[in-house]
Design a protein around this ligand. Structure first.
Ligand code: GUN
Length: 308
């Protein structure tokens, strides 16, 4: 229970609301579907996303599959390029050059992680910033840091859209971001501290070397758990009424499941939910929002490349 009394926790027991990423993402997907239908009737170009998948990592297969499926639902064109696990970095870079030069392709994503012999940075830097719908290229990261229009990494972008959907007033709140990855933690910390709504938070970013993590988390009005350790955040780390965003989605062996695994977030949901005012489930929270944000970025890329 940490430093909070049982009665303080109890007062939140009935107030918890689920941040339903399936619902919020559907609103975005539906709006994009309408826009694409309108583009079609106006004879405008249909957005085209090219996804590159290297090797056969099960989780990456699932994520890329979901992205391609969502493109089809919306009416986007998509191309999936599969490369063997032992593909050379040069071959992958030449695939990216071809996609950069293909006028029909609006957005390019290379699913991470990549095999160890390939440099993530070399691959990310090779994607043209105007097609970098993952928002990983230094040009887009730099613009995002400066508060300029940019493609923003889909997971933190999706979390901002989720907070916006539920009209959560984040102004002045203390956000604890656990994890400092380039994909989630670091951009999340920048977006939450920006002079925007959602935003205007005081942000503490925590990582594997952080001292007194539990005490810091207990100060959080918002906790974004993005460290990739199943059920790491427990009730003793959460202030009553905190807003909990769970980015984790780890496959944990589970013999009761046909697939042989179940998906676990970074938060002990059953234990933490009664302490929180809002919480994302896993699955069905941040995951669908990540895909919606990627689709939004792809639509924007198409508009910016073709409407001028
Ligand atoms: N791996 C984990 N998250 C992501 C993402 O948002 N984009 C890509 N390309 N790879 C990822």
């Amino acid at each position: 229970m940490g430093q909070y009394t049982k009665s303080a926790v109890k007062s939140y027991l009935c107030a918890m609301e689920l941040l339903d990423g399936k619902l919020a993402s559907k609103a975005i997907i539906d709006s994009l579907t309408l826009k694409v239908a309108q583009s079609k009737t106006e004879g405008k170009k249909i957005p085209h996303l090219a996804a590159v998948l290297v090797g056969n990592n099960g989780a990456s297969e699932t994520y890329v599959g979901a992205k391609v499926k969502t493109c089809a639902e919306i009416g986007f064109k998509s191309t999936l390029i599969r490369l063997e696990d032992d593909v050379t970095e040069n071959r992958l870079l030449s695939v990216i050059t071809d996609l950069n030069n293909d006028p029909d392709v609006d957005g390019i994503l290379v699913q991470l992680p990549l095999p160890k012999h390939i440099s993530d940075n070399n691959v990310i830097n090779a994607i043209h910033p105007s097609k970098d719908v993952d928002g990983f290229h230094p040009v887009n990261v730099g613009k995002m840091v400066q508060g300029l229009p940019a493609f923003v990494s889909a997971t933190p972008h999706g979390i901002m859209l989720l907070l916006e959907h539920y009209k959560i007033d984040t102004r002045g709140k203390h956000a604890i971001v656990i994890g400092r990855s380039n994909i989630v933690g670091r951009p999340m910390s920048i977006l939450l501290s920006a002079n925007t709504q959602p935003g205007n938070c005081t942000v503490t970013i925590c990582h594997s070397h952080t001292h007194n993590l539990r005490e810091l988390c207990l100060q959080g009005d918002i906790i974004v758990a993005a460290l990739g350790r199943p059920e790491f955040v427990d009730a003793s780390m959460v202030k009553p009424g905190a807003i909990i965003i769970d980015v984790g989605i780890t496959r944990v062996p589970d013999t009761t499941k046909k697939s042989g695994f179940s998906l676990k977030g970074d938060v002990k949901f059953n234990e933490v939910a009664p302490h929180s005012s809002f919480i994302t489930p896993v699955p069905g929270g941040v995951g669908p929002m990540t895909i919606a944000a990627l689709m939004k970025n792809t639509f924007t890329a198409c508009q910016e490349r073709n409407d001028n």
